[in-house]
Design a binder for this molecule. Structure first.
Ligand SMILES: CC(=O)CC(=O)SCCNC(=O)CCNC(=O)[C@H](O)C(C)(C)COP(=O)(O)OP(=O)(O)OC[C@H]1O[C@@H](n2cnc3c(N)ncnc32)[C@H](O)[C@@H]1OP(=O)(O)O
Length: 411
């Protein structure tokens, strides 16, 4: 078991907001989310000892790198505090959380700020999407496409079809569920989007093909957004709780983590797992390592999941890798309602990347914050009744970088 890292507070921006349309940019969303997180945690800037920023595509979308130093630029109260930026494609913010936790566990700092941020909506959707192709192995994927990620997860769908059989109706249903969950989330990008009875079918007009194997409603969104977290050591959290007159147990904590990497290229990963039970054995390892470090036996101890669903196929893959069903049989959990609101193991009551949105560099932090809200009974309309442990799964690229956290609270 590892020592817990406490989550003192956090803040997610409204993912429906396109900041450039109000003359603002990534620096403004970082300022707002850091101020919001400090206020939520009831922490003074002077108490922050270190800062970790997750961001994947700042150079490509805004010509803006060096985002560690952006925090003090927009919040002079944090001038002087050591800061660094982490890039791991769509898992960037989870890497920032891991780095913050490592500093806390090492005893280097007691109170650490994590900021995940990404801006895309200053560009046309197709340009923003194609910038994300750079998280694949350029020139080596052997996937002929315009949009790498819808195409790559379409290749994964074809792999599932060949290994186990796949019925696209289950992918359509996963998309429909994520959009439905998002309707109750006041920070979700798609909360007001309109659909009709054909939107979640293979109707080429209502749900057009983006790349082979992936239709429009299967896709996670192009999103602007930021999410910040204030993390702390057990000693700092205990003193903080005492000061506020709160029982320490009321605070959420990260009790376990898993982190595995594979190479960049999707077809190499698929070739390596031929003959194995699961398509991505290292994804399963990351999930299982989080259980081991949290000191829990497995999925039985988990009350909800916030998973990467950059495409509905990604969530389909996550379902069997978590062990909700035998390998390749994820359809069972889609059909029996287990993963829905009110089901025995709800997935993505936030709406996930499909419904809530996917500001790539913020997504890992957003998942941890939603998990923290669940286990402290503050998730409002998205609440899973009685949730004590919620697990995240955040992936970068075609499952090249994989991070999972168990977030726990005492009720
Ligand atoms: C990279 C990694 O490391 C791992 C990963 O996570 S991979 C995932 C990376 N992400 C992606 O690849 C993104 C995938 N998605 C896409 O590429 C794009 O969403 C897409 C190409 C499918 C469509 O892109 P788009 O041009 O933005 O179109 P679309 O989303 O339809 O939006 C157009 C407008 O219609 C609106 N809209 C779309 N559907 C709507 C609906 N049903 N009702 C109301 N409005 C709607 C949108 O809000 C948008 O308006 P604004 O610009 O004012 O916000």
């Amino acid at each position: 078991m590892s020592l817990p890292t406490y989550i003192l507070g956090g803040h997610q921006s409204d993912f429906a907001r396109a900041w450039s349309r109000q003359g603002q940019d990534i620096s403004d969303m970082m300022r707002e989310s850091v101020q919001g997180a400090l206020a939520s945690a009831r922490i003074e800037p002077a108490q922050v000892a270190s800062i970790h920023v997750g961001n994947a595509f700042g150079e490509l979308t805004r010509g803006q790198a060096h985002l560690g130093a952006m925090v003090a630029q927009v919040l002079p109260e944090l001038w002087g505090v050591p800061a660094m930026r982490h890039e791991g494609a769509c898992a960037s913010a989870s890497l920032a959380v891991l780095a913050a936790m490592a500093e806390i566990e090492a005893g280097r700092y007691d109170c650490v700020l994590v900021v995940g941020a990404e801006e895309f909506k200053n560009l046309p959707g197709d340009v923003a999407a194609q910038h994300q192709n750079s998280a694949a192995w350029q020139g080596h994927e052997d996937i002929d496409c315009r949009f790498m990620w819808p195409a790559a997860f379409g290749v994964l769908a074809a792999e599932y079809e060949q290994r186990y059989g796949l019925d696209r109706r289950h992918l359509n249903r996963i998309a429909e569920l994520n959009y439905a969950h998002a309707r109750l989330n006041p920070l979700a990008q798609t909360r007001h989007w309109q659909f009709n009875e054909r939107s979640f079918s293979d109707d080429d007009e209502a749900n057009p093909l983006i790349e082979p194997g992936t239709r429009r409603q299967d896709c996670g969104q192009i999103t602007d957004g930021a999410c910040s977290l204030v993390l702390a050591s057990p000693a700092f959290a205990a003193a903080h709780a005492r000061r506020l007159g709160l029982p320490l147990e009321r605070l959420a904590r990260i009790s376990g983590w898993g982190h595995r990497n594979a190479g960049l290229r999707l077809r190499t990963k698929l070739a390596r797992s031929q003959g194995e039970a699961l398509v991505f054995p290292h994804v399963r390892e990351a999930i299982a390592h989080a259980w081991q470090r949290a000191g829990v036996s497995g999925l039985d101890a988990i009350d909800g999941i916030e998973t990467h669903d950059c495409f509905s196929m990604t969530e389909y893959m996550a379902i069997d890798h978590f062990g909700l069903t035998p390998p390749g049989q994820s359809w069972q959990a889609v059909e029996d309602g287990r993963i829905e609101r009110g089901g025995s193991l709800p997935i993505n009551l936030s709406g996930g990347l499909i419904g809530c949105g996917h500001p790539v560099g913020a997504t890992g932090a957003r998942m941890v914050w939603d998990a923290a809200r669940q286990v402290t009974d503050t998730a409002d309309a998205c609440q899973i009744e009685g949730a004590r442990r919620v697990q995240t799964l955040n992936i970068g690229g075609s499952c090249a970088t994989v991070v999972s956290f168990v977030v726990e609270g005492q009720r």
